[in-house]
Ligand binder design. Structure first.
Ligand code: GDP
Length: 423
């Protein structure tokens, strides 16, 4: 049984919490794309955890976790993240964490290049998380990246270090005028972290295929959402990887397998990190109220997120891109602050009302069309059954289901593991 959990919006929809909850009967949880540029926040009985690279299943003792080949892995960050979790008593061993030999290594010079380029762009910046993600994915497709498996074959790797550092310095030193990258330091770095992680590196495709044949349950955990996908998102204000569920079997290492169930995670309002068009955006005090109510500050960077009401146009597109069989609506409790709740139900583009998500460049000319709905204005965070929700909340949910042509199977009303209502 293969299940994907993916983001319908811009990311930060609460995927981590839902993977944490839904992984209870899973055998394997696998990340299939991205790096440490986003953060999942998971709150459970063991405390509050921020995960950037490790799958949320790491918090469950009986789950094996996989970092798939579609990922880019900052091995220093991984070491620090693992240390933070181990301090809180989380077990991380080669038995419960497997790292794909085909996953690409994010090097310190990728982080450096990300920063140099953002600084060069100054006012015109993309809002990169400065974690080296775009430079390392570029190198992957240039075939000039290092992969985790190479750490197991150091002689060949160190030969490549010389070639690649020489090539990198053409840009770092001659292009940006920065001090050159050192071959010796790069080799020492790879040796140090290779030693730490060598026992975790394996062919995760072979492992996952075996697990599947044995009838085990595998869950794929996405980072970010449909609107940040490199192909289908608001390019170029996207991430550099495929956040789409259809990519999960490839990014995990099992392109031969097909998903049985795709669960999309959709937030009851909108939030977005970074630059680019964000049609339903609230500004000023209106934005502050929602941002404060929702605690909308980046888990990885602490940056204040841009916020707005639920965007039915973008979310319907997200549901379609993800091929979501069912949807979890999260953070409904946050909307309890409102007397009336707005939803962006359409865009106005060049005087015409549209409901199909347009090509990204047209978004600059789109204005949101807001409709108001009666709020419930009471605490719903203790509700655990559909019948306990106020009628206004049920109406809000029903409207979203219809507008996005999706089946909402769960509604989340709090950060805690059990703050979920099955629909
Ligand atoms: P992810 O990257 O999709 O996992 O999302 P984040 O972890 O960045 O953001 C989700 C945040 O909302 C986390 O702090 C969660 O603990 C929290 N959260 C998730 N679901 C709910 C919910 O239904 N209500 C509330 N109040 N918080 C939630």
């Amino acid at each position: 049984m293969l299940t994907a959990i993916c983001g319908i919006n811009w990311g930060d929809e609460g995927k981590g919490k839902m993977v944490d909850l839904l992984s209870q009967d899973q055998n394997v949880v696998c990340r299939y794309q991205g790096g440490n540029n986003a953060g999942h926040t998971v709150v459970n009985e063991r405390g509050k955890f921020i995960l950037n690279l490790l799958p949320s299943g790491i918090l469950r003792e009986n789950v094996v976790n996989v970092l798939g080949c579609g990922m880019v892995i900052d091995i220093k960050h991984l070491t620090e993240e693992a240390a933070r979790l181990r301090e809180k008593g989380v077990k991380i061993t080669p038995e419960n964490l497997k790292i794909s030999d085909r996953a690409v290594i994010t090097m310190p010079y990728h982080v450096l290049m990300d920063c140099l380029e953002e600084d060069r762009l100054a006012g015109k910046k993309f809002g990169s998380t400065r974690r080296g993600i775009a430079p390392v994915y570029s190198d992957k497709y240039m075939k000039k990246a290092f992969r985790m498996g190479e750490l197991l074959h150091p002689d060949r790797l160190f030969e490549r270090v010389r070639e690649i550092v020489e090539w990198k310095n053409l840009t770092v030193e001659k292009g940006y005028g920065h001090a050159p990258i050192s071959v010796d330091e790069t080799i020492a770095y790879l040796k140090e972290y290779g030693e730490i992680w060598k026992d975790y590196i394996c062919d995760t495709g072979l492992y996952l295929d075996r697990m599947h044949k044995e009838g085990k349950k595998i869950m794929f955990e996405a980072q970010l959402g449909a609107l940040k996908d490199i192909d289908f998102g608001i390019y170029p204000y996207t991430s550099s990887s495929s956040t789409i569920a259809a990519y999960a079997p490839i990014g995990a290492g099992v392109p031969n397998l097909k998903l049985d169930r795709t669960i999309g995670i959709m937030k009851a309002y909108s939030s977005c990190v970074g630059e680019g068009p964000f049609t339903a955006e609230y500004f000023g005090e209106k934005a502050d109220i929602l941002r404060e109510a929702g605690g909308e500050y980046g888990a990885a960077t602490g940056r204040p997120r841009r916020v707005g009401p639920f965007d039915a146009v973008a979310s319907a597109y997200g549901v379609r891109c993800q091929g979501a069989d069912e949807v979890v609506l999260t953070k409904l409790d946050i909307l309890s602050v409102y007397d009336t709740i707005e939803i962006c139900t359409a865009y106005e583009l060049d005087g015409k009302i549209i409901r199909d998500f347009p090509y990204p460049d047209a978004l600059n000319r789109c204005k949101p069309v807001f409709e108001s709905f009666k709020g419930w204005k009471c605490d719903i965070s203790k509700c655990r059954k559909k019948e306990e929700l106020p009628q206004e909340a049920l109406d809000y949910i029903a409207f979203i289901e219809k507008a996005c042509a999706c089946k909402i199977s769960y509604v989340a009303v709090g950060a805690e593991r059990d703050a979920v209502i099955k629909f």
